[in-house]
Design a protein around this ligand. Structure first.
Ligand code: ATP
Ligand code: MG
Length: 302
């Protein structure tokens, strides 16, 4: 990290983070939480995700800079946390490291009671069923009905997928009520491919909820949607975080969306966590530390 870069941290959060290494460069600025009540309430709960000094390297050559280096992160029940950073800064890799898909070479990762760097035999499946995931391209099975796509969420952790065996009526009821919750119960029988992008992402969210996740990770879930649909899908994710008391980590490229739809923002630059603060303490100018001028192939302010 360049020492000229300002690190933006939430002072209250840093103070309670156990053994969080302080690696501030010269010129570090601290943004003090203004909403101390909310911060205190959040801190009373135990984090469902704790990442400490995480290092991820895709090759082990000493001269290669790790993709993630010294990353700390905590996610608390009920909060929506936006993950920002330029393309290649390590957002997807951080999400993958939470579900055991990234080559972690240092530090620790705990999520929903699982020690990701030290899993027991067979625990990976439970871990992945505890973590609901939502992706940019929805990843539905296009020819199957909306209802069946949601039902596949129940197969997480259940071994090899068998769509022929059928689902219990309790599962069907639950899938239908989730479709109702995300506002598309009327599409239950339609093939997934016939839905609009915004509707497909709602199906994907219902599918993630079908797993009864303890944490939701959404990697650029609105990058393929127009601004209005992006707002509504992020609004839905935030409602789920609040109502179900689960943390939602959502990576985004558009700053106004992050500022409008999150309780907290964390930001990576070149694999280091430079920003971690309450959203109310941030603005686009403070977040500009995350982006090099030459990163401007994406319009973050759109
Ligand atoms: N499987 C892999 N093997 C080698 N390098 C990888 C692999 N996956 C990611 N990387 C590298 O890790 C870095 C971070 O990639 P990552 O996909 O996490 O970035 P990102 O912030 O999600 O970017 P984007 O905004 O474009 O999705 C990049 O330099 C990328 O080339
Ligand atoms: Mg990515």
């Amino acid at each position: 990290m360049s020492n000229q870069v300002t690190r933006v941290t939430d002072a209250a959060a840093s103070a309670t983070a156990q053994a969080a290494p302080v690696r501030a460069g010269a010129g570090q600025a601290s943004v003090t939480a203004t909403d101390r009540t909310t911060t205190a309430e959040l801190r009373q709960a135990l984090p469902l995700v704790t990442v400490r000094d995480l290092r991820v390297a895709y090759d082990d050559k000493p001269e290669t800079k790790p993709v993630l280096d010294g990353v700390d992160l905590e996610l608390f029940p009920g909060e929506m946390v936006a993950l920002l950073g330029a393309s290649g800064s390590g957002k997807s890799t951080l999400m993958k490291s939470l579900t055991g898909f990234a080559p972690v070479s240092g530090g620790s990762v705990r999520i929903a009671g699982h020690d990701v760097t030290n899993l027991a035999r067979g625990e990976l499946r439970t871990l992945r069923s505890d973590v609901g995931q939502v992706f940019q391209q929805f990843q539905l099975i296009p020819r199957l009905s909306v209802l069946t796509n949601v039902l596949t969420g129940a197969l997480h952790g259940a071994g090899p997928i068998n769509l022929v065996g059928g689902f219990s009526s309790a599962h069907r009821q639950r899938a239908l009520s989730l479709l109702d919750r995300v506002g598309i119960a009327h599409k239950a029988k339609d093939p997934a491919r016939s839905l609009s992008g915004g509707q497909q992402q709602r199906v994907a969210i219902a599918r993630a909820l079908m797993q009864q996740p303890r944490v939701i990770l959404a990697d650029e879930p609105v990058a393929s949607l127009d601004p209005k649909l992006a707002d509504s899908v992020l609004g839905l994710l935030r409602r789920i975080a609040t109502e179900d008391g689960i943390p939602v980590l959502v990576s985004l490229h558009v700053l106004p969306l992050a500022l409008a739809h999150s309780d907290r923002i964390v930001g990576l630059r070149h694999g280091e966590m430079l920003v971690s603060a309450r959203t109310t303490d941030l603005d686009a100018a403070k977040l500009s530390v995350l982006y090099d001028e030459e990163d401007d192939d994406v319009d973050h302010h759109a």
